[in-house]
Ligand binder design. Structure first.
Ligand SMILES: O=C(O)[C@H](O)[C@@H](O)[C@H](O)[C@H](O)COP(=O)(O)O
Length: 261
């Protein structure tokens, strides 16, 4: 089962970050009260980090039981541990170091100087194994049914490290793969594949700024999955596009109900 994309437009990137932070707190609190724990997949990039910074400064952040939250990553830049360009390093700086997480529930992807010594395929396979170990029978997948999977949308419509026309988009078996020759630096990356992304209950795609307007319009108006990977990202229950006005600037108005002021 997949879900039709819903579009929500906020005034600017600051309002977007704060509104999505509030939405995420509510979603995590709901999941924790229903099930005892929650799982969220983080994204790299400016919007993902802006969201984490908004969570860090939210007065409501104490409503989350951080010790019962599993954090995963949708992709990682295959760089040495602690490199300032690693998505995990940036997430720690923006939020993770400031909240009482259980370190065993913070599932980072391997660094290039870590256990797999520069072997990105082995690092990807290890992450797939970690995901499979966390999946429950009721998930009916080789990854957990993440409560929320966050994806920043690139100006070329890439999500995670799934770039237009790249071979990783054809993957139907593996849940995590190594990426070579990515057009956005660094060229070597680890990414969840579409089957792993589509196992999430909810997929939230984030885009802000005029440089995302074409990508957003392309992905939401019928582009193919190879041409526009963002168009291929669906949650089982919900697919939410969370935009600012600039990123929504070239969308047909019929796609989103809220009137712009
Ligand atoms: O590792 C990365 O670079 C990301 O995970 C990538 O997929 C990112 O989310 C998009 O490129 C959007 O990034 P911005 O929000 O910075 O445009």
């Amino acid at each position: 089962m997949t879900s039709e994309p819903q579009v929500l437009v906020h005034r600017d990137k600051e309002e977007l970050a704060e509104a999505v932070a509030a939405r995420l707190i509510t979603r995590v609190v709901d999941a924790q009260s229903a099930r005892g724990s929650a799982s969220v997949v983080l994204t790299g990039g400016r919007n993902g980090n802006g969201l984490l910074a908004a969570l860090a400064s939210s007065k409501a952040r104490g409503a989350i039981d951080w010790s019962r939250l599993d954090l995963w990553w949708g992709d990682e830049r295959f760089l040495p541990e602690g490199d300032p360009e690693r998505n995990a390093t940036q997430a720690h700086e923006a939020l993770l170091d400031a909240v009482p997480l259980d370190p065993a529930r913070v599932h980072t992807m391997a660094a290039s100087d870590g256990a797999y010594a520069g072997d990105v395929e082995a690092a990807a396979e290890a992450y797939a194994t970690e995901l499979a170990a966390a999946a429950r029978p009721e998930d009916h997948a080789r990854v957990p049914s993440f409560d929320v999977l966050l994806l920043g949308v690139g100006p070329d419509t890439h999500v995670a490290s799934l770039f237009p026309e790249h071979p990783a988009l054809h993957e139907t078996e593996r849940t995590v793969v190594g990426v070579h020759g990515a057009p956005k630096p660094p060229p070597t990356r680890i990414t969840l594949t579409l089957p792993a992304i589509r196992a999430a209950q909810e997929v939230w795609l984030l885009a802000a700024g005029e440089d995302k307007a074409d990508a957003t319009a392309l992905a939401l108006t019928g582009a193919g999955e190879l041409q526009a990977p963002a168009a291929a990202a669906h949650g089982r229950r919900r697919t939410l596009w969370l935009l600012d006005e600039a990123a929504a600037g070239r969308l047909p108005r019929a796609l989103y109900p809220r009137a712009l002021s």
